[in-house]
Structures are given as C-alpha cells and as structure tokens.
Ligand binder design. Structure first.
Ligand code: SF4
Ligand code: SF4
Length: 198
C-alpha cells in the first residue's frame, strides 16, 4: 500500500473506530450486555497492543490533554509498568487498573485502542495463516452467553485487516525494517510517541 499522510491515516482510523463501535453495539445488544452499573471494570485486563498507528493515535489524544493531566497519566503509567513487572517476576499475571482510567471513565475515550473497544463481547479473529482465534468477552458477557444456544459473535477479521492497511499506509516501505510492537498501553505512554522518522 502507498504511504499516506499522517492526517489521512488518522482520519481513516477514526472512521474505522466508528465501524468498530457499531459492530460492538450490535453484538452487545444481541447479547444483552451493558457496561452500565457494571460491578467490575475490565480496564484492569493485561494485554499488549501491536501497531504503531494506534500507538501514535493514542499519543495524539494524550497531547490534546492539558499538560498537568498528561503528566499525571505518565506518572501513573510509570507506576503501572514497575508494578506489572514486579508481578510478572513473581509469576503473577498483572491485574492493575489502566493508568488512563479515572474513576471508571477512560481518559482518552476517542483514542482508546482496538482491544479496548472489542474486549467486552465474544469475538473472533482469523489470522493470515488461517488460524482462528476466539475471545470469550468479559466476565459479564460470559455469564450472559453461558446458557445461549446461538451466541452472537463479532468477527473482527475485516476490521483488523483494515487496521493493518492503515499501519502499512503510515509506515510505507519502513514496515519491513521497523521492530515489532508488543507493548502494554502503559509502556506506550512511558516510551512516548513512536519514533517513525528513522
Ligand atoms: S465490558 Fe464487561 S467487564 Fe467491562 S465494563 Fe463492560 S460489562 Fe463490565
Ligand atoms: S485506554 Fe481506556 S478503555 Fe482502554 S484500558 Fe485504559 S481506561 Fe480502559
């Protein structure tokens, strides 16, 4: 794919996030899942993100915040990275609140990443090698779907393919030489925006 301007990539990513929101709304409605009044908060889930394009867009959101707020998030992210590493060193999967979560609300809602957007509902992803990955959704979704005969599933393969296209559009031919991204959101914050002009 031809290299695109950053502006064009961001515009298309925002539109893709809208499509994800619609797909999510449709599936969650079919399941009967709502986050309203949820007694848990899935923003403690520990997972990695894998694209420069989402990393950069996250930072666009952070850079729009007042400096004081951004610094607070960076400081929380530093604590997160330190504490998560200590837990991993002890063989425990981290279960720490995301540094961007303020009393249950996401501090970068419009800029949150794909996994944050898909986590709640049952979803699948077909990898280029044909392998099918399945995710059961959050605990509440699992409770709601446990007795269902025909569980509504969000297939995010096409959405993911679109994201990969935007990654290629952002990086152009550099995509072959750039290191693979495999970072938690907190690591993406601590490291600052990705350096793409190498
Ligand atoms: S996605 Fe599930 S666990 Fe997360 S807030 Fe919504 S209902 Fe709760
Ligand atoms: S970025 Fe937002 S939605 Fe994602 S885990 Fe953090 S607070 Fe939750």
């Amino acid at each position: 794919m031809k290299k695109m301007t950053r502006q064009a990539v961001f515009r298309k990513l925002a539109a893709l996030y809208e499509r994800m929101a619609s797909a999510y709304a449709e599936t969650s409605a079919a399941i009967g899942l709502s986050c309203e009044g949820c007694e848990d908060n899935c923003c403690t889930s520990f997972f990695q993100h894998h694209t420069y394009v989402e990393w950069l867009y996250l930072w666009q959101g952070l850079n729009r915040l007042p400096e004081e707020k951004r610094n607070e998030y960076v400081s929380r992210a530093q604590d997160y990275v330190r504490n998560a590493q200590a837990m991993l060193d002890n063989g425990v999967r981290p279960n720490i609140m995301c540094p961007l979560n303020d009393d249950g609300l996401c501090g970068v809602y419009e800029h949150r990443l794909m996994i944050c957007r898909m986590h709640g509902v049952v979803n699948t992803l077909r990898q280029p090698n044909g392998r099918q990955l399945s995710f059961p959704g959050c605990f509440k979704c699992q409770e709601l779907t446990s007795g269902m005969e025909d569980v509504p599933v969000l297939d995010r393969t096409d959405l993911y393919k679109e994201l990969v296209k935007l990654e290629m559009g952002l990086l152009g031919s550099k995509i072959k030489s750039m290191p693979k991204v495999d970072l938690t959101l907190a690591q993406m914050i601590v490291m600052g925006p990705p350096e793409l002009n190498r």
